[in-house]
Ligand binder design. Structure first.
Ligand SMILES: Cc1ncc(COP(=O)(O)O)c(C=O)c1O
Length: 405
């Protein structure tokens, strides 16, 4: 059966909500996506039927919870084509996944080495590496973008001529929507002998990911941007690296043996999963992945591309509105500024009409400075958005413009 957006929408209870008397038009998907009923049900089922702590229990509930928790790991491994299930580490989100890697990296980094990032980083993929460099005396090199919001590949190549320990870049920019050529960037970085970490927060719901084909070393994402629950994320890392990677959080579950004076570490992935995990969150994450995987992904991508194309066309015809980020390859995001007023005012007035967008620097303050804007208004699209909603956005923006002028 071909892609039917109305059938998709029917699975998201929140989309039936009204904001005052207006139907909700939810265009803040880059911040977080809404959740289909089956994901909500998976959480409810866990808490009502088999809530228990995992791995150590001697009873039925613990056994069921453990089996489903570990089966969820298999679902993630298959989804991104990891070589082994042990390479999937549960985290609280992309931010924690990057922190896990950067914390360990600080112990490898030497003065005279560098970490390479891009001008389009989210703070989660910038401040973390700043800290690793500050701790170790290594240098942070930031590769520029052009005015369209595309990475300068020549500068990327040039940066890698210096001894580079790790290169980090976003799969998709949350502020601009730019889809980076991650396979190419990975190849160039690997040829230069660097480790590669991809921030997949905005990529995972819109692009298919095969970590083995990519050849990168780490890939991070958050479940809540993938129709899954809040507070849940994944770090995928290559086993050869992860097995020796320094532990960061310590406590229960991540140990093999403990004396009063010392401890040894558990095997992968548990050495990175200290304490009680978010069991229901992991199970609901797997449910979200299974739900998304039931679609023909090419059709999902075509639907989202049509939304972005329609929004871009409307934006280009809109007097007094300027698109921020016009890369050739974009996914899911339309950032813009308007002569009529500040992005915060635009967001406020759209909300009055039931339209949810995001405004501000989108956790990419240096990028906003680079682009010379205080922030942008950002509409971001997901599988359940419709062309009518794109029309509603621009009809409402006309009213906003009249109110502000
Ligand atoms: C590109 C990018 N990286 C990292 C993050 C951080 O994700 P989280 O807050 O889920 O950890 C985000 C969140 O918006 C993002 O868009």
């Amino acid at each position: 059966m071909s892609f039917d957006v109305n059938q998709v929408r029917a699975q998201f209870p929140i989309l039936a909500r009204k904001i005052d008397d207006n139907p909700l038009v939810y265009l803040d998907n880059a911040a977080t996506t809404q959740k289909p009923q089956c994901v909500i049900d998976a959480l409810v089922e866990y808490y009502t039927q088999y809530n228990a702590n995992v791995h150590r229990g001697a009873h039925r509930l613990a056994d069921e919870a453990t089996k489903k928790f570990e089966a969820a790991r298999d679902v993630v491994a298959e989804f991104i084509n990891a070589n082994k299930r042990e390479e999937i580490v549960w985290t609280s989100g992309t931010t924690e996944s990057i922190n896990l890697v950067s914390h360990g990296l600080a112990q490898y980094l030497q003065p005279g080495e560098q970490v390479v990032v891009t001008e389009m980083e989210h703070h989660a993929d910038l401040v973390t590496w700043q800290q690793a460099c500050a701790k170790s005396g290594a240098k942070l090199v930031v590769v520029p973008i052009n005015d369209e919001g595309e990475l300068d590949l020549v500068a990327f190549d040039t940066a890698l001529a210096q001894k580079t320990r790790l290169v980090a870049f976003p799969h998709v920019s949350n502020a601009l929507g730019t889809v980076n050529p991650i396979a190419l960037l990975t190849r160039i970085a690997k040829e230069a002998g660097a480790w590669v970490m991809i921030d997949g927060a905005q990529g995972i719901a819109h692009e298919s990911v095969d970590v083995q084909a990519l050849g990168c070393d780490f890939y991070a994402f958050s479940a809540h941007k993938l129709y899954g629950p809040m507070g849940m994320g994944v770090l995928w890392g290559r086993e050869e690296l992860l097995k020796d990677w320094p532990v960061w959080k310590t406590g229960g579950e991540m140990i093999a043996t403990v004396t009063y004076q010392s401890a040894t570490w558990n095997q992968l992935p548990y050495k990175f999963e200290a304490g009680t995990p978010n069991v229901g969150g992991a199970i609901a994450t797997a449910r979200a992945i299974q739900w998304l995987s039931e679609f023909n992904f090419a059709e999902v991508q075509a639907h989202e591309a049509a939304l972005l194309r329609a929004a871009t066309d409307r934006a280009m015809d809109f007097q007094g509105l300027r698109i921020i980020g016009s890369a050739e390859h974009k996914a899911g995001v339309l950032s813009f500024v308007m002569d009529a007023g500040h992005p915060a005012d635009i967001g406020f007035l759209l909300d009055r009409q039931g339209i949810a967008i995001r405004t501000g620097h989108h956790c990419a303050e240096p990028l906003m400075n680079r682009l010379g804007v205080p922030g942008t208004a950002r509409a971001s699209f997901a599988i359940y958005n419709t062309l009518d909603e794109v029309e509603a956005l621009f009809d409402s923006l006309k009213k906003v413009q009249m109110m502000l002028e």
